[in-house]
Design a protein around this ligand. Structure first.
Ligand code: ZN
Length: 106
C-alpha cells in the first residue's frame, strides 16, 4: 500500500523533507530520514497530531525574541526622540536591531 502523504504537515525538522506520511505506530514518519512522531494513542486525533508535529519550540522562542526586540527598539527610539538626544540610529545596537526587524516588519 502506498503511504499517505500528509499535506498539512510542516517539513521534517531534521532533514527538511516535505514527504511526511501517515505511520502505523506513529502519526507521522519522514520518508527521507525516518523521523517519527508523535505516538498514536486512543484519544489522539489526526488534527491534533498535525498541530503537535507542526509546533516547533524554536519558532516559538524566535517569535518571543522578535517581539521583545521590537518593543525594546520602539521604546528606545521613542526615548531618544522625546528627549531630543539626536539620531536614534546613531548607535550600532539600534542599527542592528532595525536590520534584524526588517525581514519580519518590513
Ligand atoms: Zn526527515
Amino acid at each position: 500500500m502506498e503511504p499517505i502523504i500528509l499535506p498539512s504537515a510542516k517539513e521534517c525538522p531534521f532533514c527538511g523533507s516535505s514527504r511526511i506520511v501517515k505511520g502505523e505506530r506513529y502519526f507521522a514518519m519522514c520518508v527521507d530520514c525516518g523521523a517519527t512522531g508523535p505516538e498514536r494513542t486512543s484519544d489522539a486525533t489526526e488534527r491534533r497530531f498535525v498541530s503537535d508535529w507542526n509546533s516547533r519550540k524554536q519558532e516559538t522562542n524566535i517569535a518571543r525574541l522578535l517581539e521583545a526586540l521590537q518593543l525594546l527598539y520602539q521604546e528606545t527610539r521613542d526615548y531618544i526622540e522625546i528627549n531630543n538626544l539626536g539620531d536614534p540610529h546613531h548607535n550600532v545596537s539600534m542599527q542592528k536591531a532595525r536590520e534584524a526587524l526588517k525581514w519580519k516588519f518590513p
